[in-house]
Ligand binder design. Structure first.
Ligand SMILES: Nc1nc2c(c(=O)[nH]1)N[C@H]1C(S)=C(S)[C@@H](COP(=O)(O)OP(=O)(O)OC[C@H]3O[C@@H](n4cnc5c(=O)[nH]c(N)nc54)[C@H](O)[C@@H]3O)O[C@H]1N2
Ligand SMILES: Nc1nc2c(c(=O)[nH]1)N[C@H]1C(S)=C(S)[C@@H](COP(=O)(O)OP(=O)(O)OC[C@H]3O[C@@H](n4cnc5c(=O)[nH]c(N)nc54)[C@H](O)[C@@H]3O)O[C@H]1N2
Ligand code: SF4
Ligand SMILES: [Mo]
Length: 752
């Protein structure tokens, strides 16, 4: 029997309805913040990709009516991609969730009040906890909500509700870069700034298609005045590869061999920066020994690349003055992704191409706040990049948050795939999914969806009640989205940007922040979060947590400063602020903006200028391992290798948002398609546009054939935006980052 809210309130702190749900501004109908001038323009960052473009939002009566790209924002300088221009459209979609929904006995989702929804949420999860212990409930969350919300969620779930296991879609995306940097540099620290795109004379993109996935970063490359060599290492001839000066269409998943082979050639060309290596790294001699057997003939054989192409690339890197290496999902999503990312890092270290303009081993992030999630999700590491098993870290976090230290669990969280396995074994009984559409995006999704049936309770918190995952929920909680709430996002170059409430969320949809506040109160742990009153209040707590850490942001006084500075890159310590202030008094600095109140902070800053890394001895590490064969190779039954990834710059992931814009819908094919090489198509009798059946060991789907030499013979490519695609993918994981290898599985292709 579920207690009424009144009963719950009497039993607990008794503040829920009046203080929170009925609070002005809680629901969509409330006020937008008074600090926005009613008919003016305000700036905020885009909520799709990690580029973090600045958008000018034009207001009427304090509400957004239109937007344009901000010419003054240091990231995009007046440019935006189609998703950015259309960012308001998904907010008006008719399938927005407006009320909590509960699955009734008849199986229908029926509208209920927030009071009932939150009471039920707490009641159910407390009952499961009581019966099965703190390991029985897990959440899966996202890199697409503000840092303050992520931190609240992670803190509430672990410290307040007393659970252990949680992860997010950044596992599918950035886990590899996180682990690779941590081991190599001592902290998860992408070193670059976007100015490096313009300052390099050699740019090497590995498993990265910025023309489609990061179009505004690509615009920055196009502004490079040094006529740079642009190298693209991708099995497909992508739009980016077409624009490159060198394209290396390597055999999929042969990156590790290629990168070790390049290191071998760079040694032979004596292109090693011996001074840098001696002063700032450890492990180089062992690495040099290790790459000796990666001879050019072996590498050519295993990667399928001609020897001249390999020599040419090694020569280009050796001669480059400012060489930058950029990697994305072609590297991060592999069965040996962490070592591959570190092989990229090793090239930058051995050539001393780091810490100077136009250099770096640079992981490009995916979602708008994947960087925030890496620091503040409180999942794998303790809140704020701390270690739950380090006594000093525990004391610090407990002290800053004002919570008893013993509330911090020492047990590490299971990773996403282990949570999924936990559902199968019965260890996980309830799942709370926030801001991710796992039923579409998780690898081998049919298995995932079958396992959801086993759960005692599935809660989905999303902007839309219509997502693949929300449709399966027992309880659906309607969330406000980007544009309907305040907070900060961290982009790929470590820039903290602001998002603002410029729209009312529809119906009774609430900001995730607000939903977490309600849960804390009804769960009975509201007192722990007494200071977590607003996103900005939480920002100040996080700022305090950052003190002394590599991402120290104690120099940021608050949201206003972020606004005035057009975003601020971490770190920004209090002492840096003093130093910048003095520099301003005494010497030349970048052009000051007349209205700025704080000292002028250089707008583009990179890490490691002094060659000091975040390891205990300040030296970067060479980390390497023998390459391993790909787990599911094509064979007689399944002769093709299926690659997956982004299809167009107008589609965002599972298309819950981009599918709601009339403009964007015109810019991409409505139905799933498969890129296939003309020779293969001819051999199989497949005409352009014909329906093809694609089968893997897990499922069969159909798609339209897109006959194109952009893919190599024997390989096919399908965009992840269509729900069919992850029915086929093979669940292999990198052992260090536990990131799924989405981009390689064996399939058969037939006329449909
Ligand atoms: N329009 C749009 N933009 C987006 C997104 C979106 O959904 N839509 N998503 C955002 C997110 S979250 C992310 S993570 C990024 C992803 O950005 P990217 O990683 O650039 O995009 P993908 O298409 O997933 O993969 C990049 C390339 O990896 C190649 N690849 C496949 N296998 C291999 C291999 O074995 N080796 C190498 N070297 N390359 C390989 C593919 O052919 C593909 O061209 O994009 C972000 N930007
Ligand atoms: N085959 C294949 N699969 C892939 C990939 C691939 O390359 N190939 N790439 C992987 C990668 S890199 C990623 S990042 C994932 C992405 O996979 P998902 O995270 O599942 O994709 P999205 O469509 O972005 O899902 C985000 C969800 O959050 C909701 N949402 C948006 N804003 C808010 C908010 O403020 N609050 C709440 N509560 N909800 C909100 C949206 O409506 C949407 O349902 O896909 C992965 N899957
Ligand atoms: S490039 Fe990314 S951040 Fe910029 S407008 Fe497009 S989606 Fe938004
Ligand atoms: Mo991603």
């Amino acid at each position: 029997m579920i207690p009424s809210l009144e009963q719950l309130l009497r039993a607990r702190s008794g503040v829920l309805t009046e203080k929170l749900v009925r609070q002005p501004g809680a629901f969509g109908l409330g006020q937008v913040p008074a600090r926005l001038t009613p008919d003016a323009t305000t700036t905020m960052v885009c909520g799709f990709c990690s580029t973090g473009c600045g958008l000018n939002v034009h207001l009427r009566d304090s509400l957004a009516v239109n937007l344009s790209a901000d010419p003054d924002y240091p990231v995009n300088r007046g440019m935006a991609c189609p998703k950015g221009w259309e960012a308001l459209a998904p907010l008006d979609a008719p399938d927005r969730g407006t009320k909590p929904l509960l699955r009734t006995n008849g199986g229908e989702l029926t509208a209920i009040s927030w009071e009932r929804a939150i009471a039920l949420f707490c009641e159910k999860l407390q009952a499961i906890r009581a019966a099965h212990g703190p390991e029985s409930v897990a959440f899966l969350s996202t890199g697409q909500i503000p840092t303050e919300e992520m931190a609240f969620l992670g803190a509430l779930f672990k410290f307040g509700m007393g659970f252990v296991h949680c992860d997010s879609n950044t596992r599918q995306c950035m886990a590899t870069a996180h682990v690779a940097y941590k081991e190599s540099f001592g902290f998860d620290a992408p070193p670059y700034t976007y100015a490096d795109f313009e300052e390099s004379d050699v740019l090497v993109f590995i498993g990265s298609n910025p023309c489609i996935a990061h179009p505004i970063m690509w615009q920055r490359v196009m502004r490079n005045p040094h006529q740079p060599a642009i190298v693209v290492i991708d099995p497909r001839r992508t739009e980016t590869a077409m624009a490159a000066t060198q394209h290396l269409p390597l055999r999929p998943k042969s990156d590790l061999v290629l990168l070790y082979g390049l290191a071998h050639l760079l040694l032979r060309l004596e292109a090693v920066d011996r001074d840098f290596v001696a002063a700032h790294t450890t492990g180089f001699e062992a690495f040099a020994d290790f790459v000796r057997p990666f001879t050019i003939s072996r590498v050519a054989e295993e990667t399928g690349l001609a020897e001249e192409k390999l020599w040419r690339l090694a020569g280009t890197i050796a001669q480059g003055k400012r060489v930058s290496f950029w990697w994305t999902m072609g590297v991060n999503q592999s069965h040996e992704s962490t070592r591959t990312a570190q092989a990229v890092i090793n090239l930058a270290l051995m050539t001393g191409q780091i810490g100077r303009p136009g250099t770096g081993a640079n992981s490009i992030t995916g979602q708008c706040n994947a960087m925030g999630s890496r620091l503040f999700a409180n999942a794998t590491s303790l809140l704020g990049g701390h270690d739950a098993n380090d006594a000093a870290d525990r004391t610090k976090v407990a002290g800053v948050l004002g919570i008893p230290e013993d509330l911090i669990p020492r047990q590490p969280s299971l990773a996403y795939d282990q949570i999924v396995d936990g559902i199968e074994s019965g260890r996980i009984r309830a799942l709370w999914v926030i801001g991710t559409n796992s039923s579409h995006s998780w690898v081998d999704r049919n298995r995932f969806n079958a396992l959801l049936e086993k759960l005692d309770f599935l809660v989905v918190q999303d902007m839309y009640a219509s997502t693949d995952t929300a449709k399966r929920a027992d309880l659906y909680l309607p969330a406000a989205g980007w544009g309907e709430k305040d907070g900060t996002l961290i982009n790929s170059e470590r820039r903290i940007g602001l998002i603002k409430k410029v729209r009312r969320a529809p119906g009774e949809a609430l900001a995730d922040f607000h939903i977490f506040r309600l849960i804390a109160e009804v769960w009975g742990c509201g007192a722990l979060f007494a200071r977590w009153t607003s996103p900005e209040a939480v920002f100040h707590l996080l700022r305090e947590l950052s003190r002394g850490r590599p991402y120290d942001i104690t120099g940021i006084s608050g949201y206003r400063m972020i606004d005035e500075q057009s975003g601020i890159q971490w770190p920004l310590t209090e002492s840096q602020i003093e130093a910048f202030g003095k520099a301003e008094e005494t010497g030349p600095e970048p052009e000051p903006k007349p209205e700025q109140s704080a000292p002028t902070i250089p707008r583009e800053r990179r890490l490691f200028a002094d060659g000091t890394f975040f390891t205990a001895d300040g030296r970067a590490r060479f980390v390497f391992a023998e390459p391993r064969p790909m787990p599911e190779k094509p064979d007689g039954d399944f002769p093709f290798l299926l690659l997956t990834g982004r299809g167009t710059s107008s589609q965002w992931h599972t298309n819950t948002r981009t599918g709601k814009s009339d403009v964007l819908r015109k810019l991409y094919p409505p139905d799933c398609y498969l890129e296939i090489h003309p020779n293969d198509a001819a051999r199989l009798g497949i005409a352009p546009g014909a329906t093809v059946k694609i089968s893997s060991r897990r499922a069969s789907i159909t798609a339209a054939a897109f006959v194109t030499p952009a893919v190599q013979p024997g390989q096919v490519f399908a965009p992840m935006h269509y729900e069919e695609v992850n029915q086929l993918t093979f669940p292999a994981f990198d052992p260090h980052s536990r990131q799924p290898s989405y981009k390689a599985c064996a399939v058969r292709v037939e006329r449909g």
